[in-house]
Design a protein around this ligand. Structure first.
Ligand code: FNR
Length: 345
């Protein structure tokens, strides 16, 4: 990856407005006028496989690989440390190819020595690269990102998508930490998730459309934009329902699913958890608050998210994330039509 591209991504991600097209408007939570619980007994603890997280919200993969991105990672890591959030770094391939930039990733572990940190690589990575990426951060888990459409829109992007599942399987078997397979904002559907689950991945992050839009970002960088691809992908609410449908049904033994893509507030986070997500990833929203208002503001934003999540959980009568999974929701609009066309219950 060319280094300037990293800051271009940050710049274009910040330029994008919030489309709100992640589909959560179609999800309605049912009011409960007899919640039977007390706000001060609510727990936000959740699990992703063997990892226990004190919050279901995580700062998802964004950056690293250049001086400016080191500063961003340092500030995001400080906010993660102060609020107890898990945090992923951006793709570490640049540091594997050019060790001089490794400090822009390592800073995250230096700032937050006890925190839960995820490494990140693309599916072109070898097992050896995956091990080195984990070592670089003493990472608690490794994310493998899938970003086919982003690569296809980039003139310098990959064109060979053979062997992805096989490489992921090899990494899952050998890397020694849980592997989370994620999309970057185009979403996944049941058929892809079923195949990914066969690799033994510890979790799937649906990375749906409706938030940061990498088709639009890459088009903004192209001399000849292919804007007809800007709507490519599957909104997050739909991708979440698709991926949940792919899991083997055994109660309590299902692979955890993370919902990311256009989530900016507690209500949408709660909706994702009610649908069945174990955690909610936020990238663009965290970046925007940090860059525009600073790290203290980001800490305040995350604390508000936690307070608001507790408020919604109290109103629903759910004192844990597991209890949220049992809450009813009504699915309306395009999402309902999609589910019916795809026979998703
Ligand atoms: C990203 N994202 C990302 N994902 C990944 O797996 N590796 C990466 O290197 C990056 N790089 C990156 C840079 C920037 C500036 C942003 C904003 C995002 C994708 C990110 O993790 C997430 O999946 C999407 O951004 C969708 O979530 P939001 O932004 O809509 O909350």
């Amino acid at each position: 990856m060319r280094i300037p591209r990293k800051m271009e991504h940050v710049h274009h991600a910040l330029q994008q407005g919030i489309s709100g097209a992640q589909g959560f408007r179609d999800i309605r939570l049912l009011p409960n006028c007899l919640p039977g619980i007390s706000s001060d007994r609510i727990s936000l603890v959740t699990g992703i496989g063997e990892l226990t997280l004190s919050s279901p919200i995580l700062i998802n993969a964004m950056t690293g690989g250049a001086r400016e991105t080191e500063e961003i990672n340092r500030e995001l890591a400080a906010a993660a440390r102060e609020t107890g959030l898990a945090m992923a770094v951006g793709s570490q391939m640049s540091a594997l190819k050019n060790p001089e930039v490794a400090s822009s990733y390592r800073i995250v572990r230096q700032v937050n020595p006890e925190g839960i940190i995820f490494g990140n690589l693309g599916s072109e990575a070898t097992l050896d690269q995956a091990k080195r990426a984990v070592e670089m951060l003493r990472a608690d888990a490794l994310q493998i990102h899938l970003n086919v459409m982003q690569e296809l829109i980039m003139p310098e992007g990959d064109r060979d998508f053979t062997g992805m599942l096989e490489r992921i399987h090899t990494i899952v078997e050998g890397v020694g930490v849980p592997v989370i397979v994620k999309e970057v904002g185009f979403g996944m559907v049941r058929e892809s998730a079923e195949r990914l689950l066969q690799t033994g991945a510890a979790a799937i992050d649906v990375g749906g459309a409706g938030g940061t839009n990498f088709a639009a970002i890459e088009n903004a960088r192209r001399a000849r934009p292919m804007e007809w691809l800007n709507d490519w992908g599957c909104p997050t609410a739909i991708a979440l329902l698709e991926v949940l449908e792919a899991r083997p049904g055994t109660e309590g033994r299902s692979t955890p699913v993370i919902a990311t893509g256009g989530i900016t507030g507690a209500l949408d986070a709660a909706k994702a958890l009610v649908l069945g997500a174990s955690a909610v990833g936020m990238a663009g929203a965290m970046l925007r608050v940090q860059r525009e208002e600073g790290t203290e503001a980001l800490i305040g934003f995350i604390e508000s998210l936690h307070a608001e999540l507790r408020l919604v959980m109290t109103a629903l009568g759910a004192s844990t994330v597991e209890e949220l999974h049992l809450m009813p929701a009504v699915i309306t609009g395009d999402t309902a039509q999609w589910c019916s066309a795809r026979s998703i219950d």
